[in-house]
Design a protein around this ligand. Structure first.
Ligand code: BTN
Length: 307
């Protein structure tokens, strides 16, 4: 009942006669009062005056009911170790494709290459469970898709000039804005689940662990709704998942956003360092680097530094 109730309260702009609410929700007054008490207990402020209900204040918390149509697949936690842990558990228990674990804070947020991801209050931290019908070697496609969808969204919604840095960082001239981490589990050569974790510095002030990190608030001087960002991201990502399935199109969009191409780079992998001129990303998501001796090296995983 909460999603519909909130939708009506928002559409009435603070002027929702109780009789209308009871009629539209087809419920008893007790049921209505229970729903109001539930929302007020979760940080909303809904008041009644002269038989009219008003939504005076609402928290920016990604409660499941804030995602109409996804209510049963959003798993919100005020605090957790890492949404990657929660999503893995959900996936192992058989949750559906596109289930999401989202947290306000993480005590052990993880980044790529075994780094920590600072996860203070105000950022958006979530992991999606995907169950694609593709061979594991194509799993990387979804992180590229997530990067371009997120970059487009931040450009449009927050008016930030954001680009991508290979493989999946979202960066601006002032520093890193968001990071993406994926974890795959395969059974008998098929993807069982592919979890994509995204951390976006939204209203927080990232410090310490991430070098040169910035947030949406630091860049724009204003706060943005994390809930609205997540809602819009999931809608766009899902739409694209069910779209044309043309990965070449995703890669060409990624290239248009890329900060890591046509420049000198240093790639640090777990066991080697590759230095050269990055001039392309191939159909496997590998960075194509021309080395000083003219040979071509294709790097699949690693940390990219602009030199
Ligand atoms: C990186 O740039 O190194 C990737 C960072 C990914 C961070 C997100 S926050 C949500 C999810 N939970 C985690 O512990 N990590 C990812």
């Amino acid at each position: 009942m909460e999603p519909k109730l909130l939708q009506i309260l928002r559409s009435k702009g603070g002027n929702a006669p109780e009789q209308e609410l009871l009629k539209e929700l087809a419920c008893t007054r007790d049921m209505l009062l229970n729903a109001m008490a539930n929302l007020n207990g979760h940080g909303y402020k809904i008041t009644l005056e002269n038989q009219k209900w008003e939504l005076v204040q609402e928290p920016d918390t990604p409660f499941p009911w804030e995602f109409p149509g996804r209510q049963n697949t959003i798993h919100y936690l005020p605090v957790t170790t890492s949404t990657m842990d929660v999503a893995r558990q959900l996936a192992k228990e058989g949750c559906p494709h596109l289930a999401v674990a989202v947290a306000d804070r993480q005590t052990r947020g993880r980044g790529r290459m075994d780094r920590r991801w600072a996860s203070d209050h105000g950022g958006l931290y979530f992991t999606m469970v995907l169950r694609p019908d593709l061979p594991p070697s194509d799993g990387f496609r979804f992180t590229f898709l997530a990067s371009v969808v997120l970059a487009d969204l931040l450009k449009k919604l927050c008016r930030i000039d954001v680009g991508v840095k290979w493989p999946n960082d979202l960066i601006t001239g002032q520093g890193k804005l968001a990071g993406i981490l994926s974890e795959m589990h395969t059974t008998s050569g098929n993807i069982d689940f592919l979890n994509i974790g995204i951390g976006i510095n939204v209203n927080n002030t990232p410090t310490g662990l991430e070098t040169r990190a910035v947030s949406v608030k630091m860049l724009t001087g204003r706060k943005f709704s994390r809930t609205a960002l997540l809602r819009e991201f999931l809608d766009r990502f899902e739409k694209e998942l069910h779209g044309s399935n043309d990965f070449n199109d995703v890669i060409s969009r990624w290239k248009k956003l890329a900060h890591s191409l046509n420049r000198q780079v240093k790639i640090v992998t777990r066991n080697k360092i590759v230095e050269g001129f990055a001039h392309d990303v191939d159909e496997h998501g590998s960075l194509v680097v021309r080395l000083a001796d003219g040979t071509i090296s294709k790097v699949r995983h690693g940390d990219c530094f602009h030199v």
